[in-house]
Design a protein around this ligand. Structure first.
Ligand SMILES: Nc1ncnc2c1ncn2[C@@H]1O[C@H](COP(=O)(O)OP(=O)(O)OP(=O)(O)O)[C@@H](O)[C@H]1O
Length: 273
């Protein structure tokens, strides 16, 4: 489905963000990208749909090499790739429905998109998607009236409105609390399973990746240093990906977070009695 071959990226500043990355993602697989800050996770995701131009290598989506396409053909092929962002990238003053329909903009004529007159079947599908992400009752609300978790649900529905063959997901839960993060990851993984949709998810949170991803790829300094199932993420592997110091610091952070959550739960239970 997606095949990345020998992908490299060196920015104009001279920073090499990716070195010879090769990766295949079959239909229906949800893959988590982990690695320390600056490892190249965002660059990899953005090179796939050429928001960042790769310096070398190929990105095959089916039998199309996205790297060699001219502008017009790239625009057409990008419809096949849905993107979900950390900060949702919604148009705040538009309604939830309008934001979801904006996922169809690549398909409708300029005039229709200018007047925002979408075909009835697009509107019907948008309602169905809002229902799927649990926001049917919020269709007419402005995006800026929603919570973070609800905004991300709109982001998911908008990406699906595109009818994509691949999802690229860049830190979808980084702005959300732990419980909402789990709900969003569960929704994403369920939707991918239902549709046989492959996804690459850039994810900071290792426990969350372990809980929800089928496959984990660890990047370090622009290279793949691990590729395997979540169960294989041992202390030794995580140290290889993050380095001793960073991994121990992250572990301490997670333990503190878990303790704080448990304490908050106990306090709530005590209040309820
Ligand atoms: N626009 C840019 N211009 C120059 N260098 C860049 C640019 N974007 C990223 N880099 C560099 O490329 C490397 C990889 O960055 P990237 O953002 O892809 O890493 P990341 O793993 O996503 O990090 P984080 O988890 O902190 O978001 C870093 O050294 C970074 O400084």
């Amino acid at each position: 489905m997606l095949r990345i071959e020998h992908l490299s990226k060196t920015y104009r500043t001279g920073d090499t963000a990716l070195s010879d990355v090769s990766l295949e993602v079959p239909k229906g697989q949800i893959l988590g990208l982990i690695g320390p800050s600056g490892a190249g996770k965002s660059t990899l995701i953005r090179c796939i749909n050429r928001l960042v131009e790769p310096s070398a290598g190929a990105v095959w989506l089916g039998d199309v090499n996205l790297v060699t396409l001219g502008k017009a053909e790239l625009r057409r092929q990008r419809r096949r790739i849905g993107m979900i962002f950390q900060e949702y990238a919604l148009v705040e003053r538009l309604t939830v429905m309008e934001n979801v329909l904006s996922g169809r903009l690549g398909y409708v004529s300029f005039w229709r998109s200018f007047t925002r007159r979408f075909p009835p079947q697009d509107i019907q599908r948008a309602f169905a998607l809002l229902d799927r992400v649990g926001l049917l009752d919020h269709a007419d609300k402005r995006a800026d009236a929603l919570s973070g978790g609800q905004r991300q649900r709109v982001g998911i529905a908008r990406a699906l409105a595109q009818d994509p063959e691949l999802l690229l997901v860049d830190e979808p839960t980084a702005s959300l609390d732990p419980k909402t993060s789990r709900q969003i990851m569960r929704l994403l993984t369920e939707i991918c399973a239902e549709r046989g949709l492959p996804a690459i998810v850039n994810i900071h949170d290792v426990p969350l990746a372990q809980q929800f991803m089928q496959r984990i790829v660890g990047l370090r300094a622009g290279r793949i240093v691990f590729d395997g199932p979540p169960e294989a993420l041992t202390h030794e592997v995580l140290t290889r990906i993050y380095g001793e110091e960073d991994w121990n610091a992250m572990k301490r952070g997670d333990e503190e977070q878990a303790r704080a959550e448990a304490e908050a739960r106990e306090r709530m239970e005590a209040l309820a009695q």
